[in-house]
Design a protein around this ligand. Sequence first.
Ligand code: CIZ
Length: 258
Amino acid sequence: MSDLELIEKIKKLKKEKNAIILAHNYQIDEIQDIADYTGDSLELAKKANNIKEDLIVFCGVYFMAETAKILNPKKTVLIPDDEAGCPMADMIDSNKLISLKDKYPGYKVVCYVNSTAEVKAYSDITCTSANAIDIVNNLESNNIIFIPDKHLGSYVKEHSNKNIILYNGFCPTHVRIKIEHLEELREKYPDAILITHPECPKEIRDFSDKVLSTGQMVKFVKESNKKDFIIGTEIGMVYRLQTDNPNKNILKINDVAT
Ligand code: CIZ
């Protein structure tokens, strides 16, 4: 079947089943093109709350589809590839979290959305990369365990006076971005704004002009009067930003962030 035939088939099926396709900002080009909406995990989960369709096809990794289901329990949420996992989410399970809670009694657990529903259930509150700093700073408790991402956790720590215990999880994609890649691009495009994600290690964040979640990148690039942007996060984001901003140059760091 050709790509065009496949696209027609998906559209027909979508109508027949009264379905809507939601795709995460990190999805590859073709998936973003066929989706009804693209966004970050929270935007999409909230979007799913306000739709008339009964069936949600969630193109993202498992935890994102789970989050959409948790926020929309009456809807059927389908994930096209049930092996679409998130290595960071798999770095912690409920037993590891229970041991950590035993080690630090009384601490509140702030859990990044990149985690399984089971781990979220043992946590006090879930955050995204867009709201992690606000969530931590607005919690009543001064003592916090932040799971699972040590890099996002350290970024939050830099913007908080609270006592934050970090877990040793990380995103294998974001840690592949190295300073050499950034230096090379900075030299080649001296006027470009370098934007990286808070899941990147500290030295990468410190080298950047802006550290933003994917939703914040969408807003920032749209509102900026600059022309060139280097994007340090999963490669799908480059397509999303270029599609939204056809008159701007959206540059990828390299092909490692896939
Ligand atoms: O919340 C999301 O969708 C994730 C995982 C990252 C981001 O920055 O949007």
